[in-house]
Design a protein around this ligand. Structure first.
Ligand SMILES: Cc1cc2nc3c(=O)[nH]c(=O)nc-3n(C[C@H](O)[C@H](O)[C@H](O)COP(=O)(O)OP(=O)(O)OC[C@H]3O[C@@H](n4cnc5c(N)ncnc54)[C@H](O)[C@@H]3O)c2cc1C
Length: 402
């Protein structure tokens, strides 16, 4: 009889490993949550487990543009992102049909561009080196919160936790399980990577793209509420260009050309034929202030909660969510109270929440007022106002977060 009870308990232990904090997803938001928990509440370190369905370094479709806020958050964690292979853009251009304004940081690079397989693997290694366990190759299938904890069903068994952090990205399962009726706002995005020079067979003379980053909003009057981008990047040390098109879907109820069209048009202007390259797509879930970001015992971070709607910029935002979530979790454990009622308010009051709200408002203006004359006025003539708005509302929020 005793043997039977012991066997039964051992079986349960094996099937239902218990951790206080389960983080689902080892992308920037999940890893940042873990790193900030270790920073603010080091005693929690052995009680955290990250589950990740892939194995790092894993592919992740992303242009890899890191704005200064991402670098500030990493620096504050004692991490030096220049260890990751990168290409730097000296200047960022915001254009309408080839002309507009540009911003330049005289003291440092204006945009650092990494490849996500390399960046995420580096961040995962740093997280492990601080004592966090990451279990890779585990796919989460279902999440069921109850009054005493959360049950997480995976292809490697069932886990039980006090708290679950949904850091599983735009297509993640956490939001679908715990907030099945919440509204979903997703952008559609396509990306291609090319060499820096177009094919020598291209007959028209074109000037080679320099080391700057470009955003061009010319597709907006055609009901594509977004832009075409072109960044410098590198693959295994070889300089390359990363091109793509982003559409918030804000004008989805109107007649739109296929998303490939504006990307093909912009690339052709610079001597590249889109069809010569492999094109990939992935959605980005963007932030809406009316959307829930938690239920009792479960909170969302990163794309699962919502990325920047203007540009689909989500790496710095994901790192920022990690700060807010870590504070919320640590204090909930101290109080032994897991409703997470205050998470949304804490987010809204932080520099991250303020920039997300401002970006959501700006998105409604710049993409809904889609007329050509308005876009020309905005990107070509209102430079001082735009730079001021960007400085106050879009950049430098990380210094007010944490
Ligand atoms: C084409 C494209 C270009 C972009 N360019 C930029 C850019 O230049 N700059 C920028 O800042 N942002 C960019 N973004 C946005 C950026 O990629 C995201 O905002 C960012 O990756 C969000 O990080 P995250 O940790 O929330 O999610 P992710 O990075 O998506 O990480 C989620 C993790 O969860 C894991 N996971 C998912 N489901 C499960 C499951 N069921 N079980 C276990 N694990 C799971 C995934 O494998 C993944 O590792 C771009 C996005 C796209 C699509």
């Amino acid at each position: 009889m005793l043997c039977f009870i012991l066997w039964q308990n051992w079986g349960m232990e094996k099937e239902m490993p218990k951790h206080d904090i389960l983080i689902l997803g080892a992308g920037p938001s999940g890893l940042s949550t873990a790193l900030h928990l270790v920073k603010y509440f080091p005693h929690l370190t052995p009680r955290i487990l990250i589950l990740e369905k892939e194995h790092h370094p894993r592919p992740k479709l992303c242009a890899g543009g890191l704005v200064v806020d991402a670098e500030i958050i990493l620096e504050r964690l004692g991490l030096d992102v220049s260890e990751v292979p990168h290409a730097d853009a000296d200047r960022i251009h915001f254009d309408f049909a080839g002309k507009g304004l540009s911003i330049h940081n005289p003291k440092r690079h204006t945009l650092r561009v990494i490849r996500r397989n390399e960046f995420d693997a580096w961040l995962a290694e740093k997280t492990k080196s601080r004592g966090i366990e990451i279990r890779e190759g585990v796919t989460v299938r279902n999440i069921v919160p109850d009054k005493d904890g959360v049950t997480v069903e995976t292809d490697s068994g069932i886990f039980r936790a006090q708290i679950v952090v949904g850091a599983d990205g735009s297509n993640g399962i956490t939001r679908r399980c715990v907030m099945p009726n919440a509204a979903v706002y997703t952008a559609r995005v396509l990306e291609v990577v090319t060499p820096t020079k177009p094919s020598p067979n291209f007959s028209k003379f074109v000037r080679e793209r320099d080391g700057n980053a470009y955003f061009d909003f010319f597709p907006v009057p055609n009901n594509i509420a977004g832009y075409v981008w072109d960044f410098p990047t590198q693959i295994n040390g070889t300089p390359m260009r990363c091109w793509g098109v982003y559409d918030t879907n804000l004008l989805a109820d109107q007649k739109r050309p296929p998303l490939k069209e504006p990307l093909a048009e912009e690339m052709l202007r610079h001597g590249f034929k889109l069809d010569d390259y492999e094109i990939k797509g992935h959605p980005i879930r963007w932030y809406d202030p009316f959307n829930p970001v938690s239920v009792p015992r479960v909170l969302l971070v990163g794309d699962a909660a919502g990325a920047d709607p203007i540009f689909g910029e989500g790496i710095s935002i994901a790192l920022g969510y990690g700060i807010i979530a870590a504070r919320e979790i640590g204090e909930s454990i101290q109080r032994n109270e897991y409703s997470f009622n205050g998470y949304k308010r804490r987010l809204a009051r932080s520099g991250l929440g303020q920039t997300l709200f401002a970006r959501w408002l700006i998105t409604q203006v710049i993409y809904s007022f889609k007329w050509r004359w308005f876009q020309i006025l905005l990107w070509r003539l209102l430079k001082p106002i735009l730079v001021l708005v960007a400085w106050i509302f879009v950049l430098n929020w990380s210094k007010r977060t944490g």
